[in-house]
Design a protein around this ligand. Structure first.
Ligand SMILES: NC(=O)c1ccc[n+]([C@@H]2O[C@H](COP(=O)([O-])OP(=O)(O)OC[C@H]3O[C@@H](n4cnc5c(N)ncnc54)[C@H](O)[C@@H]3O)[C@@H](O)[C@H]2O)c1
Length: 383
């Protein structure tokens, strides 16, 4: 068996999760890592026993041994690095958001069409939680009837204090949005994935709750709560909170909110879909179960159990009932789905997010920001 040799660019917060995931896939070999912070790249390569370690994207891409490349750099680098990966003819797995704005997203989608022999995906990892796949299959099987309403939120607290800082707050590095692009993108991708609906109109209210923050003078790790001793007081433009009303192409309606200042929440990502027969609800922090609600029957929890899952969802779970599968497993599941597709000769179910789908999510983010600025409903196709 010829293994797929993988290189990962960006050894920060999420780069490490990519390392862990690839190492768990039997037909992949984690072959190289790269980071402009050469010391960091070297430390990760040594820790994980990775053969090659580079300090630039170009060096990694020039390595003919590498078949596939993950882009785990901050958002402002996604366009250029994704373009380079596509042009190298290697498979691309980009972190979300696909890029900074819809103009860039279209450019990437068009470019990719010229390289049909490689695959590309964007890492909307929540899709591959087994119970998210179970939700998708239950909805497709008509278990909740016609989808009418979608609600939920994604809440975290890592920007709660004015001493918390991230490049996600800076438009030049993150794009025009913090919370919507960062976690709202996951929410919108997940509900569209499970329902098969497309969000087509939005009405949003975004807020920069802490307009001045203490930016550390030295680079710090993402999501750490260390209070910097040396900092500059900077004005913040991007939002930490947002609420979005929306309509879908199939006549459903919905509302969600995102917050990165919600004390006590680490990864409270939840959605509820109300149908004409029943409701179905999932919460990432208790991710091994679903809730189903009925008006004329007992409400129930469905516990993840490979023996009783929908046939199409069963392939995306691996542990027996009672042995919780968590965030890392779903993350691995998404990356596994991408590599299984490649390993099978780019055939089979495309359950991971394609470039086109991720480009649409970038478009949605832009529509949400525009709506909040202009205080009106925005038809997403106007973007
Ligand atoms: N899918 C998810 O759940 C998830 C979670 C967190 C982050 N992300 C995404 O992952 C990306 C990275 O986020 P993060 O939190 O890991 O950021 P981070 O700041 O912790 O890490 C980014 C790394 O990229 C490196 N880097 C910067 N420029 C580079 C270059 N030109 N070449 C090579 N390396 C370079 C930095 O030195 C740093 O180590 C973002 O797009 C973010 O949205 C996704």
């Amino acid at each position: 068996m010829k293994k797929i040799k993988v290189g990962i660019i960006g050894m920060g917060y999420i780069g490490e999760s990519h390392i862990e995931a690839v190492r768990r896939i039997g037909f992949c070999e984690l072959y190289a890592v790269a980071d402009t912070n050469a010391e960091l790249a070297k430390a990760k390569a040594e820790y994980y026993g990775i053969e090659k370690c580079y300090s630039s994207v170009d060096e990694l891409l020039a390595d003919p041994e590498i078949d596939a490349v993950h882009n785990c750099t901050p958002n402002f680098l996604h366009l250029d690095i994704n373009k380079k990966i596509i042009k190298s003819g290697k498979h691309l797995l980009s972190e979300k958001p696909l890029c900074m704005n819809y103009e860039q997203a279209k450019e990437l989608v068009e470019l990719k069409k010229q390289y049909p022999s490689s695959a590309a995906a964007v890492n909307f990892n929540y899709r591959l939680n087994p119970m998210v796949q179970e939700t998708k299959n239950r909805i497709a099987d008509g278990k909740i009837g016609d989808v009418r309403v979608m609600t939920g939120s994604y809440q975290q607290d890592w920007l709660l204090y004015d001493t918390d800082y991230s490049w996600r707050l800076e438009p030049e590095v993150a794009g025009i949005s913090c919370a919507i692009a960062d976690i709202g993108s996951h929410w919108m991708d997940a509900v569209q994935h499970v329902t098969g609906h497309r969000i087509t109109e939005v009405m949003a209210d975004l807020k920069t709750v802490i307009p001045v923050r203490k930016k550390p003078k030295k680079q710090t790790e993402t999501f750490t709560s260390n209070v910097p001793t040396e900092f500059d007081e900077v004005e913040v433009k991007n939002e930490e909170y947002g609420a979005v009303l929306f309509h879908t192409d199939k006549g459903a309606t919905g509302v969600y909110h995102v917050s990165e200042i919600a004390a006590g929440h680490g990864c409270y990502f939840n959605f509820e879909i109300n149908g004409s027969k029943a409701s179905i609800k999932w919460n990432q922090e208790e991710n091994d179960r679903l809730w189903m609600g009925y008006r004329d029957n007992d409400n129930r929890f469905i516990i993840r159990d490979p023996n009783n899952m929908s046939p199409n969802a069963k392939g995306y779970t691996s542990l027996a009932m009672g042995h919780p599968e968590g965030w890392n497993d779903a993350f691995k599941g998404n990356i596994y789905a991408f590599y299984k597709y490649i390993f099978d000769g780019m055939k089979g179910e495309v359950v991971f997010a394609t470039l086109e789908q991720a480009a649409y999510t970038v478009k949605l983010t832009e529509a949400v920001v525009k709506s909040s600025k202009e205080k009106k409903w925005i038809n997403v196709d106007e973007i």
